[in-house]
Design a protein around this ligand. Structure first.
Ligand code: SF4
Length: 460
């Protein structure tokens, strides 16, 4: 019997990268590979990279240093770097790391098994970073599920971005916008539902732009409505959106479609109009705030999150204060915040000076995060004492004898309960808000009455 080949995969970066890693693993499983958690046991090591910030790049470089000795010890071990950083650096990565065998960008994912075979048979190094034409972009539909029993899954509907915000590398690493045909998306969602998937997260760099460049496809909110209507699908989420392509139909869907979760990640980046202009964002502060008001009117319990960059080129103290005041005004449930670092090839790298001193960036980032931590804590504490619907995903990571799931607003809840509940939508009492999750008790069928005595037993 032929021995199975083992692949070790390490993922850096966003949900899109996680999905790509899952797809690569599915393709390799179909080609006779099994996944291993240990690089020492692997025949193929793949590092799926991100280049949106500087930190994942640093992590990759230090990991490459650690893998060098393994590569020298193990004849036949194949080492590959994939993803956005591979796309960005391309041949320069092969020159920097003479022991690297494969450099592959996101568009080459469907070719991965063949590229590995090329490396193994010819013992030569392979570079695959060509970007594909958006008209015929081949979306891979290898189903990737997560959670015990595959309760939740990601579905790609769109890739790339045409917006060219001045700080952002995505249009260069992920290429131009391409929308996946709606028929193909819906077929994948039906197949997922048939396998027991109850929650789908729709992914794209910019889902609000779905179909805008392909008149044959419906607008994003119509596609989302059709996904929510697939029998068996209990919940739908999506990410990521830009504010300027958000159409009123999507706001309306929050008012009318209960299967659409009460969570919206709406990147703003900064609070001052002057800064938004330098970032080449296509929205003003006021336009953004109007969207927030519309969304909250359509779905009063909606949780909002955003991305914030501090210390972008030329940021004044006044502009920084405008970002803080925006955070206080919107009261996001959660934010992703970063100190600006120059990304190669971007408009900012070419024409703006990265002139905010490192210690100022650090202080401003701390102020942003400190303010948001207070708001987040207040928002989470507001769930204490309430009973909330939770889709049970599997055993808790904190304690595998407990269960874990998410509320509609995307917070994780850990609670004691029977594994028979996995995959079900139940109601859970929220006992306490921790820093990044909620502690729950007493799962019950949605709408059922819970006896106060039983509740006390669980708490004691
Ligand atoms: S819209 Fe988002 S992905 Fe596109 S360039 Fe701007 S920040 Fe980058």
């Amino acid at each position: 019997m032929e021995q199975l080949k083992r692949v070790y995969m390490r993922t850096f970066g966003c949900q899109m990268n996680e999905l790509d890693s899952g797809k690569m693993l599915r393709l390799l499983e179909a080609d006779g590979y099994v996944q291993t958690d240990s690089p020492e046991l692997a025949d193929v090591i793949l590092l799926n990279t991100c280049s949106v910030r500087e930190k994942p790049e640093q992590k990759l470089r230090s990991m490459m240093g650690r893998l060098r000795s393994l590569k020298e010890e193990r004849d036949g071990l194949v080492l590959g770097v994939t993803g956005c950083y591979a796309q960005q650096e391309s041949g320069a990565l092969l020159r920097s790391f003479p022991y690297l065998d494969l450099v592959m960008g996101p568009d080459a994912i469907p070719r991965l098994p063949g590229l590995l075979l090329d490396v193994q048979l010819s013992r030569s190094r392979v570079l695959a970073t060509e970007q594909l034409d958006r008209q015929n972009y081949p979306f891979t539909n290898d189903i990737v599920v997560r959670g015990e029993k595959g309760v939740t899954a990601f579905v790609t509907i769109q890739k790339g971005c045409d917006s060219f915000c001045s700080f952002c590398i995505v249009p260069f690493t992920r290429g131009r916008e391409a929308s996946r045909p709606a028929a193909e998306v819906l077929a994948e969602v039906r197949a997922l539902a048939a396998r027991g998937v109850a929650e789908v997260t729709v992914l794209g760099q910019n889902v609000n732009s779905y179909g805008l460049k392909k008149s044959a496809e419906p607008p994003f909110h119509e596609l989302l409505g059709s996904i929510a209507a697939v029998p068996g699908i209990k919940r739908v989420r999506f990410t990521t959106s830009n504010p300027w392509d958000l159409d009123p139909g999507l706001v309306e869907l929050f008012a009318t479609e209960p299967r659409l979760c009460s969570y919206f990640h709406l990147p703003v980046q900064a609070g001052a109009d002057s800064m938004l202009a330098r970032m080449r964002r296509r929205h003003s502060r006021e336009e953004y705030l109007t969207l927030v008001r519309d969304l909250r009117q359509a779905r009063p319990d909606i949780a909002l999150s955003t991305d914030i960059i501090v210390g972008f080129c030329g940021e004044t103290e006044e502009e920084h204060q405008a970002t803080l005041s925006l955070l206080a005004e919107v009261e996001y449930d959660f934010i992703y915040s970063f100190a600006y670092s120059v990304r190669p090839h971007t408009p900012a790298a070419r024409s703006l000076a990265d002139d905010v001193p490192a210690e100022v960036k650090k202080r401003r980032l701390h102020e942003v995060q400190h303010l948001q931590a207070e708001i987040t804590q207040r928002k989470m504490v507001a769930f204490e004492g309430r009973r909330v619907p939770v889709l049970v995903e599997g055993p808790s990571r904190r304690d595998p004898s407990w269960l874990s799931g998410r509320i509609s607003q995307n917070w994780i809840v850990n609670f004691p309960g029977d594994t028979a509940l996995i995959g079900q939508l139940v109601e859970v009492g929220v006992e306490r808000a921790l820093s990044n999750s909620l502690l729950g008790h007493d799962p019950s069928p949605l709408g059922a009455k819970v006896s106060p005595r039983r509740r006390l037993e669980v708490l004691s």
